[in-house]
Design a protein around this ligand. Sequence first.
Ligand code: MSP
Length: 437
Amino acid sequence: MVKKTFYITTAIDYPSGKPHLGHAYEKICADVLARWHRLRGEDVFFLTGTDEHGKKIQTKAKESGLTPKQYVDQMVKSFKELCKELNISHDRFIRTTDKDHEKVSQMLFENAYKKGEIYKGFYEGKYCVDCETYYTDRELENGCCPVHQKEVETLKEESYFFKMGKYEKQIIDFHKKSKVSILPLFRKNEIQNRLRGGLIDLSVSRTSFKWGIPVPFDKKHVIYVWFDALINYLSGINYPKKEYEKYWDNVIHIIGKDILWHHTAIWDSILLSAGIKPTKTVFAHGFINIAGEKMSKSRGTVVDPLELTKKYGTDTLRYFFMREIPFGDDGNFSEEALVNRHNNELANDLGNLLNRTTNMINKYFKGQVPKGKNELINKLEFEKIDTAIEDLDINSALSDIWKFINQCNKYINDAKPWELANKDEKRLSLVLRLVNN
Ligand code: MSP
């Protein structure tokens, strides 16, 4: 039987600084979904990685006295270490400096050029280096980048343009027809409104710096970092080899809300231009804040996820994120909340249940779970939980799992198996059977 496929990706991170809690959160969300679909027997491909080109990286490398490639080679280590420490089960860690990725990016760029969908022009505009994105005056907030609230630079350069405007209607229609193309649904309207009349041709090459994939037919230019980066979702599954199709049909991109526009407008246009259908689902998660505010280097509120896993353990961090934050919403991180969930839920509810039942099984039944039917397990609402995860509602799946754990605890408190030892062997074996599967 042909297995159902499930292709899940995270955004690829800029390795211009150390990985932070937002990077960790996104990888954990995607990993939880990947593992769940694998457990259901599906053919899963999970892609994550790093986005290594662009002006910001070039500048950072120069400040460190390294070449850009030396710089990213060094920085990427901590992103790989993060994946290892968080127990991320990705199938490939893609780097946009990987040769196969560079080739696919150049190929798609050249194909669009040959089709007449990329043309040479001249660009002048407001650019935020941190986002590697040009903004129109309408998009700026008090003249600043809407994401970083920092002053933007005025850049002027010869550039190739991609006829993105051409795809406006097709993209709007695609999102109108599909119920799952942009999730959570409340984000969809925002994108549809912005798409209407907002899809103008995009500047997709740069000459003002060198660190990028060269435009194959004009080496003075490098490919715009977003055009190159988005293509990782195809090169990561061996596009253009036919085998990519089985995964592409069931793709979901897990990304942050700040880059939803890039993953709908720009990415859909690139795909349509290449004759590929738009992404089935783009899910935009919220932001992790510290005390209600964005993490900030200057306020010293950037949290290092590696330090947290060393201090509290990987599973505690993974559990905390999934339980604390409804998937799709912003959420707060505090060590205090993490410690509370660790103590009350993981150690007390789950840990105690496991500990006391396995201890009694060791003590009274030589470590062998008594045989017989287990009716308590029927209280675990498995189908409901399965549907919740299918619907990307990880948070409510976890509350249902916890409801069951609490039912088990209540059962054992009421049944008091420790009082049954030497009095009622039959009942003792039944009780301990029920809380061990
Ligand atoms: N390189 C681009 C993505 C290209 S995808 C083809 C980028 N990189 S990033 O390093 O800035 O962000 C990587 C991911 O982390 C994005 O999905 C972003 O939304 C997410 N987060 C960054 N800060 C975050 C929080 N504070 N909270 C949660 N996620 C956030 O954008």
